[in-house]
Design a protein around this ligand. Structure first.
Ligand code: NAP
Length: 486
């Protein structure tokens, strides 16, 4: 056993998991850390996505840090700006907001002479023993390759870069895409615009879900009895895991059938016109693509000023969008709700491992990581919500909390002087990937649809097992899977 060693940490990103990391480091007595954030505010995805109608479709009392329940949530699924305000409040309460360097994008992060050397876009240099990359998952907008996009004369932007200077009321709005984002935008804007054209390439299953507001009496109850919120968090977590997360990883499970029945009944009972109903009916199984949760999308798309366009986009023209049947829909505003490049992770940051290997090179085909946390050859470099982890079907907060607890157990070994560096072995990483690929084939994500879950081979790039298994894996690192050096 060596002597206790002081450790310097750098956290990259001040979103949900960066703030969490800082709080947990502080709690564990690791006080020497700095957070670098490229933007001028914290909040991650909730800072970037400000489109009308944005809300989290994980219940708010579950999409909260377990240690910081919030009696003030306005709705079962609260809006984005409330969520962003929550993270700001929590960061302030725990005193970690002062540790953030804003406007500092880390561009290079190289392991040289036993330490991580970092550089930011502004030229700032930094060193650390441990790097925690909390850089987010769905973060890099996917811009569609549509002919003529540049020629459009109206307002044009991606849903994650919403231009709030553009007037919407009484105007002709086009939306490309039918994912969770587009569906929320449609419901929020249909009553404000003169005409709404939704360009659908693929129909989506919609899971109905009410979104009631919490009454003042309920909030007061939560304020007086915080234990009620803790119980609710636990109950929701269990319900979510059993009813949804565990269902999608077993395509033949009874819960999966229940989800499919609910979605089908929603379509049958909510859409009156048989022609429209068939256009909205997906040709694949529910939850194959990330399931969409909405209380009112079908109602919105049936409004007289709304149109579902399924003909396929031929090209974008200065005045609007022309579909393959030759028809031009004139538009004032065109929103690209076309999703994200889900395989980017810490990139474009240039990460260089211990033998000078760029992470980009290792990930040239597709990203990998042991348990989604760390990559062989990149010592003391840990990712939260990294590649092939539980995304899409879990509360990412719960995921990040389990991951940081796991990482902290490893960093305790560094602090105790047991070793100077830790990184997963190639063997453990390879075995994890191989098992993951086999299990992924049993999930509902491989039942015949295109989605952002699928990698270049068509294999879901996500955690393919139950949430309980994830919890078990995260409870205690298996040290035989880690190389301890120094
Ligand atoms: P998405 O689910 O990836 O959907 C992108 C949409 O754009 C799809 O309908 C896709 O069509 C369409 N598209 C892409 N390229 C196109 C092209 N060239 N031409 C025509 N259509 C094109 O993206 P998202 O809706 O932004 O959601 C991404 C993820 O973010 C979600 O799955 C979810 O995990 C998360 N999210 C969560 C919430 C929440 O409430 N928690 C809200 C929003 C987003 P195809 O289906 O044919 O590919």
């Amino acid at each position: 056993m060596g002597s206790e060693r002081p450790l310097r940490f750098v956290i990259i990103g001040a979103g949900m998991s960066g703030i969490l990391s800082a709080i947990k480091l502080q709690e564990a007595g690791f006080d020497d850390f700095t957070i670098y954030e490229k933007a001028d505010r914290l909040g991650g995805t909730w800072r970037e996505n400000t489109y009308p109608g944005i809300a989290c479709d994980v219940p708010s009392h579950l999409y909260s840090y377990s240690f910081e329940p919030n009696p003030e949530w306005s709705h079962r699924f609260s809006p984005g700006e409330e969520i962003e305000a929550y993270f700001e409040r929590v960061a302030h309460k725990y005193g970690v907001d002062g540790r953030i360097h804003f406007g500092e994008e880390v561009t290079r992060c190289a392991f040289e002479r036993g330490r991580w050397r970092l550089e930011t876009k502004s030229g700032r240099r930094e060193e650390a023993d441990v790097v925690i990359a909390a850089t987010g998952v769905l973060h890099h907008p996917n811009l569609p390759d549509l002919a003529g996009l540049d020629a459009f004369e109206g307002a044009l932007f991606h849903s994650a870069r919403w231009d709030h200077g553009v007037r919407l009321d009484g105007r002709r709005l086009g939306i490309v895409g039918t994912g969770s984002t587009a569906v929320q935008i449609v419901s929020a804007l249909v009553d404000r615009v003169a005409r709404l054209s939704l360009f659908q390439r693929t129909a989506q299953w919609i899971m109905p879900q009410d979104n009631p507001a919490y009454s003042e009496a309920e909030k007061e109850g939560f304020r007086r009895h915080p234990e009620q919120m803790r119980q609710l968090h636990q109950d929701l977590s269990q319900l979510f895991a059993q009813g949804f997360s565990n269902a999608v990883v077993d395509a033949s499970s009874p819960q999966m059938k229940m989800i499919e029945d609910l979605c089908r009944a929603n379509l049958e009972s909510s859409v009156a016109d048989p022609g429209l109903r068939e256009k909205l009916r997906p040709s694949y199984r529910a939850a194959c693509k990330r399931l969409i949760i909405s209380p009112d999308f079908y109602q919105a798309i049936q409004k007289p000023n709304a149109e579902l366009v399924t003909e396929g986009i031929e090209r974008v023209e200065p005045r609007g969008v022309r579909t393959r049947d030759g028809r031009l829909r004139e538009l004032d505003v065109l929103v690209l709700a076309t999703g994200f490049r889900a395989d980017r992770f810490v990139r474009p940051m240039h990460v260089v491992g211990e033998r000078g290997q760029p992470l980009d090179q290792r990930w040239a085909q597709r990203p990998d990581a042991y348990l989604s946390i760390s990559v062989p050859g990149f010592p003391n470099f840990f990712m939260l919500n990294g590649p092939n982890g539980p995304v899409g079907n879990f509360s990412l907060i719960e995921v990040a909390e389990l991951q940081i607890a796991y990482i902290l157990q490893l960093t305790e070994l560094l602090r105790a002087g047991r070793c100077r560096t830790l990184c997963p072995t190639e063997e453990a990483t390879g075995r994890f990937e191989a098992e993951r690929e086999v299990a992924a084939k049993r999930t509902v994500w491989t039942t015949g649809c295109r989605s952002w879950y699928l990698d270049d081979r068509g294999i879901p790039a996500v955690w393919p097992w139950t949430f309980d298994r994830f919890r078990e894996e995260m409870a205690r690192p298996k040290l035989e899977a880690w190389t301890q050096a120094g």
